[in-house]
Design a binder for this molecule. Structure first.
Ligand code: PLP
Length: 382
């Protein structure tokens, strides 16, 4: 899926107009698809309001979510799992982040060790700092976690859990093949390491290998958020736990905290979208737009060394060896694109590769994206 495209061509380009604000490309949101999203969301909201009794729905705490919303969650995850889990294993939350804080608190603890990919989602560094646990980085290659490196980390650091993004890893875009997935779960099993699998980027690509949760359901906490495929503000994320007893034990009443809970209105809208096919229609539109934007990347940055995939929201790009990483990032900004240096993702020590990550989805439309890509191209081929 990943493509490395040739060596840099020296081809001077004009800096982008400086009168406009830089195009925001540090984040990796899904692109806007208002023609599909707006009518789907409106009708889902309307239907759910008509179908439910507001007082019974909003006026109470449903700690683990309404049964119908847990059933919808169990259905939603069948986009990746071959069989719908028992709804008793499903937790509804407003975000993957909140699920992660509860899981890390319960499974890793304040003085424990969480193994992470050597470059990963930077929020994990904030959680570790806040909660006091330690992070240990595991080497990556083009298929993600390197088995020998993971085994060594298990032997030396005895982590309680591994946080991993096997599909379109953030930031490297690595995609773990089936054999590699089997190796990783075998090592986790051998060393008694729980797996926190974040599959948030897995709904746009098709024909993916199965999640780790499918290979090792008894040790994997499987997270499927909607922020990268439907909308960041839907605020709906699903967790499938290994056992039916885990949700109550780890979340409510086990945690005694409610901050992670989904707002019932959001759960209801998500349920409606899952059942009426709206979720699939939105995801399909986001997929098409993501593919179109990745084509623009390939065309504009032809000659640069890129790691990307047609349905990936971000691009992992080599910076010319004769340029300082921070200078290159500044140059992109000056020319009109805000991009993120690799150092942002290096949260457990080691050295950062000479790369940047940029997202294609936050630019409001293709014209704005083109302006951002031209700025990056201008910095690269100057
Ligand atoms: C890997 C990864 N997981 C989770 C999230 C956030 O998801 P949520 O909004 O559901 O917390 C992000 C957002 O950038 C992400 O990159």
């Amino acid at each position: 899926m990943n493509t490395a495209i040739g060596t840099p061509q020296i081809e001077p380009q004009k800096p982008a107009s400086s009168s406009l604000p830089p195009v925001p490309m540090t984040g990796n949101l899904p692109p806007r698809v208002p023609d599909v999203f707006d009518p789907e969301y409106r009708s889902a909201m309307k239907n759910v309001l008509e179908a439910r009794q507001p007082m019974d729905w909003i006026g109470v705490h449903q700690f683990l979510g309404f049964p119908e919303d847990r059933v919808a969650g169990a259905k939603f995850v069948t986009r990746r799992l071959s069989v719908a889990p028992d709804p008793d294993r499903v937790v509804l939350s407003h975000s993957t982040q909140a699920i992660l804080t509860v899981l890390c608190g319960a499974l890793v603890g304040t003085s424990g060790v969480l193994a992470v990919e050597e470059l990963t989602y930077p929020a994990m560094a904030k959680f570790a700092k806040q909660m006091g646990f330690n992070l240990v980085g595991v080497k990556l290659d083009e298929e993600g976690i390197v088995p020998d490196a993971f085994e060594k980390v298990c032997e030396q650091h005895k982590p309680q859990a591994l946080y991993t993004l096997p599909t379109l890893q953030n930031p490297t875009t690595a995609l773990m093949g089936l054999e590699r997935r089997k190796e990783i779960v075998a090592i986790a099993r051998k060393h008694g390491v729980a797996i926190l699998e974040d599959d948030i980027y897995a709904l746009l690509p098709k024909d993916l290998p199965p999640p780790l949760a499918e290979l090792a359901p008894e040790i994997t906490y499987y997270m499927l958020g909607t922020a990268k495929s439907i909308g960041a503000g839907l605020k709906a994320a699903y967790l499938v736990t290994p056992k039916e007893t885990d949700p109550a034990r780890l979340f409510w009443p086990g945690s005694g905290m409610t901050y992670w809970m989904i707002a019932p209105a959001n759960a209801g809208v998500a349920t409606e979208l899952i059942h009426n096919g709206g979720a699939d229609r939105i995801i399909s539109a986001v997929r098409d737009e993501t593919r179109a934007r990745q084509k623009m990347v390939a065309q504009t940055l032809q000659g640069a060394s890129l790691r990307c995939a047609p349905e990936c929201l971000h691009v992992w790009m080599d910076v010319p060896a004769n340029r300082e990483l921070s200078d290159f990032v500044e140059d992109c900004k000056r020319r009109g694109a805000e991009v993120g240096p690799a150092t942002t993702f290096l949260i457990a020590g080691g050295s950062a590769p000479h790369r940047i990550r940029f997202g294609t989805g936050k630019a409001r439309d293709r014209e704005v994206l083109q302006r951002g890509l031209d700025a990056i191209s201008g910095a690269f081929f100057r």
